[in-house]
Every structure is written in structure tokens, then in C-alpha cells.
Design a protein around this ligand. Structure first.
Ligand SMILES: Nc1nc2c(ncn2[C@@H]2O[C@H](COP(=O)(O)OP(=O)(O)OP(=O)(O)O)[C@@H](O)[C@H]2O)c(=O)[nH]1
Ligand SMILES: [Mg+2]
Length: 441
């Protein structure tokens, strides 16, 4: 068996994780108490990837929820799936890390790590052949940023062969929750460059705009946003959870298809279609339409314009009973319109998972076919520019730096995080420049 362990860290990560499990349970017909629904079939499921089977025949998610703040985890303890999760895998501290990466990574984070270390090891040891870890977390607070970075680093040392993929909530360009979020983001990225194998960047502003533009929901809640992000996460993992998909059947393959150089492992995602729940009886969009939409900036789960940049690699994961010829035709048409780096011979991978998509009732209409695209593109540089801009406005004045120094980070480490960040930005920019040079050769 090739198991995946999910770690949901900090408030954003815990809530997003909860939305993912709501969907995974629905997709695998697992009831809120962990038992299989008797009337449903499970022929296609590879249940053991994400769930462990109990002697009673019920299933427990292979997930660990961790937050320094007790409230988000208490919500899960009181929530509808409280019987499905193992209580020992819901771990909370006494107080949040006050939007401070260094607290989460160093001082108080180390205490929290001591509290969870044994439990994490237990979950890992319960696997026969663990393929890796997925994380959900935000990087602008203290726990999802600093504590996740601590886990990525420790796992890299103790389990160097296991793939670590982050589904990561980046700060939104327009809306800022805390003034210090550019610091937390730069510190996080500095460690993820080294310690993660792949990151899928998402942001709340992009998904907020999807809700108002496509789903007639002008004031979406976190819960609405999380459910949309969860749809993309569920699709990315669908071939690992159901038989019948041939693309990205494990986390390593996802990484192999999308990451050309170890440091360029920051990817973007999109999802289509989005149809409001009341338009359920509308005509289903065609495969050509959803393929086109997946490359439109209004369907991206991060606030980025993919047209301003070059694609390096792209995985298109379709779901539903789809004729492969329709996909081939749509992709051939689309490929011609996209600007790919010229040294990638075929950066396009497509896969169809025949397991139809499942939707949580209420947020959007059920459709027969969906597409989730995960793309590695130099357009990710737009996110780096936005963070860097805000980081330097503060750091040039050394504003708020004392909060981090007070938790034990040395000032040289802040400068070195800044250089690493600048290096990453240059690496994404040079993708486009090298491409121009080889064009003119
Ligand atoms: N999508 C989504 N984003 C959230 C949610 N809760 C918080 N966020 C975003 O997450 C970022 C802040 O990170 P949090 O996860 O709240 O912080 P934390 O990791 O708990 O860190 P501390 O509270 O400082 O210890 C902000 O950008 C919030 O907008 C949520 O339920 N869903
Ligand atoms: Mg918090």
C-alpha cells in the first residue's frame, strides 16, 4: 500500500483540512462516524491511501490536525466528523503564535513539536509503505508558517525519501490580515525552497473572486473558500485514491511531472467549471470549454495572470466519464495558444479519472466533468513580486523586526532569508530570459 499522511497546520490549514476530509469522506462514501455507507459501491476506491482500517471495519483518516490555538481544533472536536478523526490526532496548544514565524519555528513551536512528535511517529509507523505527506497551511500567520516549516525540515532529515507536498494559502495581494505577513511569508518560502518537494500556491483573494464572479456568492465565508480549495486538492489526489487514473498515481509522479529543477517547485492551480447551485439544470460545459477555462486567470486559485509568463510543465487532471478523444482534441487546440518554455518538449500531461467528481451540496452545481490543472509557470513570479514589494517596504525601515529578534532569530538570518527569496525570484525570471536567449540562438 502507498499511504499518504495529511497534516493540517494552523487555523487556515486546519479549516482547509476539515473541508478536504468532508469531501474525501463523501467521495469514498465514508459516513461521519467512519463507517462505510452500506448501499454504496467501493470497487474503485484505494481507501488505504488516505484512511486506515480499524478492526471493527470502520475507517480513520490518516490525518493530523495541529494548531497552537485551541479554538480551530475544538471546532473539529465538536464538528460532524468528530467520530471519524482519531482524537489523538487532534493536537492543540494553549495560545496562538501571534502571527510570528519564529515563535512557530523556534521557541514555542519546539514545545508544540515535543507534544506531537510521538503521535506523528505513531501515525507514520502505522503505514506499510508511506509515499509521503501533504500539508495544508497558510503562511502569513505564525503556526501554519513557522511550525509547518519546522515539520518540513524534521521530516526531510528523518524521512528523506518521502515526498512533501504543500497546499499552501499565500497572502492575498489586496487583503492583508496582519502587517507582518510579508516577513512570515519570506521566512516560510526560505525554508520551503530547501525542505519541500512541491508547493501548490493558492490565495483567498482569487477564490473570493471566483465565488462572486462564477457562483453568485458576493460575500463568501472561509467555509465557501475552503470547499473550493478542497475540490482542487481532491482532484490532484484523485488518481492516488481511485483506480482508473493513469496520471500522477503517486506524489512522486506529481513532483516528477511538474518540477524541472529542485528549487523551482512552486506551482499554481486552477479548476473548472464553476456553476452556481441554482443553475444545476443548465447545459453541461464541453471538454473544450473547461480546458480553455483552466488557463483563464479567472479560474486560477491564486491571483496570477498565467498569460504573463511561460509555462514549464502542466498536469491536467480530468474527472468523469470522458471520451479521451475529446480531451486530446481540446488539449491540442489549447497547447497552440499557450506560451511554453522552448526547451520543454512536451510539458503537457493529461489524465482522466473516470470516478465522477463529488460536490458538497449548496456551494455549486453538480457537474459531470471537471478539470483541475496544476501548472509550473514563471507567472509564479507575480506572487513573489507582490510579497517582496511589501517585505521591503517594512524591512528597509527594519519595522517590526524586533518581534522576530525577540523570539531568537539572528538579524543575519533575516538578511539571508531575503537573499534566498531574491534568488528564487531570479530563478523564475531567468526561466523567461534563458528562453529568449535560446530563441535568438
Ligand atoms: N482559506 C482560508 N484562509 C484562512 C482561514 N483562516 C485563516 N485564513 C487565512 O490564513 C492567514 C493567517 O493564517 P492563520 O492560519 O490564521 O494563522 P496561524 O497559522 O493559525 O498562525 P497564528 O494564529 O499566528 O499562530 C490569513 O491570510 C487568513 O486570511 C480559513 O479557514 N480558510
Ligand atoms: Mg492561529
Amino acid at each position: 500500500m502507498r499511504e499518504i499522511i495529511s497534516l493540517h497546520i494552523g487555523q487556515g490549514g486546519v479549516n482547509l483540512g476539515n473541508a478536504c476530509w468532508e469531501l474525501f469522506c463523501l467521495e469514498h462514501n465514508i459516513q461521519p462516524d467512519g463507517t462505510l455507507s452500506p448501499e454504496k459501491t467501493h470497487n474503485n476506491d484505494i481507501l488505504e491511501t488516505m484512511f486506515s482500517e480499524n478492526p471493527s471495519g470502520s475507517y480513520t483518516p490518516r490525518s493530523i490536525f495541529i494548531d497552537s490555538d485551541p479554538d480551530p481544533i475544538d471546532q473539529i472536536r465538536k464538528g460532524p466528523f468528530n467520530k471519524a478523526f482519531h482524537p489523538d490526532n487532534l493536537i492543540s496548544g494553549k495560545q496562538d503564535f501571534a502571527s510570528n514565524f519564529v515563535k512557530g519555528n523556534n521557541t514555542e513551536g519546539k514545545e508544540l513539536f515535543n507534544k506531537c512528535e510521538d503521535q506523528i511517529r505513531k501515525v507514520i509507523e502505522s503505514c506499510d509503505n508511506l509515499q509521503g505527506f501533504i500539508f495544508t497551511h497558510a503562511i502569513s500567520g505564525g503556526t501554519g508558517s513557522g511550525f509547518s516549516a519546522l515539520l518540513y525540515e524534521r521530516f526531510g532529515i528523518v524521512y528523506p525519501k518521502k515526498t512533501k507536498v504543500g497546499f499552501t494559502i499565500f497572502p492575498s495581494p489586496k487583503y492583508s490580515d496582519t502587517i507582518v505577513e510579508p516577513y512570515n511569508s519570506v521566512f516560510s518560502l526560505d525554508t520551503f525552497i530547501r525542505d519541500a518537494e512541491m508547493i501548490v500556491a493558492m490565495d483567498n483573494e482569487a477564490v473570493y473572486d471566483i465565488c462572486s464572479a462564477h457562483l453568485d456568492n458576493e460575500i463568501p465565508s472561509y467555509s465557501n473558500i475552503n470547499r473550493i480549495m478542497a475540490l482542487a486538492i481532491a482532484s490532484s489526489l484523485s488518481s492516488m485514491r481511485f483506480k482508473g487514473g493513469y496520471l500522477n498515481t503517486n506524489l512522486k509522479e506529481l513532483e516528477t511531472n511538474l518540477v524541472p529543477f529542485p528549487n523551482l517547485h512552486f506551482t499554481l492551480s486552477s479548476f473548472a467549471p464553476f456553476i452556481p447551485p441554482e443553475k444545476v439544470h443548465n447545459k453541461q460545459p464541453t471538454i473544450t470549454q473547461i480546458t480553455k477555462a483552466a488557463f483563464d486567470k479567472n479560474y486560477m486559485l491564486a491571483k496570477v495572470d498565467p498569460k504573463v509568463g511561460k509555462y514549464v510543465a502542466c498536469s491536467l487532471m480530468y474527472r468523469g466519464l470522458i471520451n479521451p478523444w475529446e480531451v486530446t482534441n481540446a488539449v491540442i487546440k489549447m497547447r497552440k495558444k499557450l506560451d511554453f518554455i522552448n526547451w520543454v518538449p512536451s510539458g503537457f500531461k493529461t489524465g482522466i479519472n473516470t470516478q465522477p467528481p463529488v460536490f458538497i451540496p449548496g456551494d455549486m452545481a453538480k457537474v459531470k466533468n471537471t478539470l483541475c490543472a496544476i501548472m509550473n509557470t514563471s507567472a509564479f513570479g507575480q506572487i513573489l513580486n507582490s510579497i517582496e514589494d511589501r517585505f521591503h517596504k517594512l524591512y528597509n525601515k527594519r519595522a517590526f523586526v524586533h518581534w522576530f529578534l525577540g523570539e531568537g532569530i539572528r538579524s543575519e538570518l533575516i538578511s539571508s532569508a531575503d537573499w534566498e527569496f531574491a534568488d528564487l525570484k531570479r530563478a523564475y525570471r531567468s526561466l523567461e530570459e534563458n528562453d529568449k536567449e535560446s530563441d535568438s540562438d
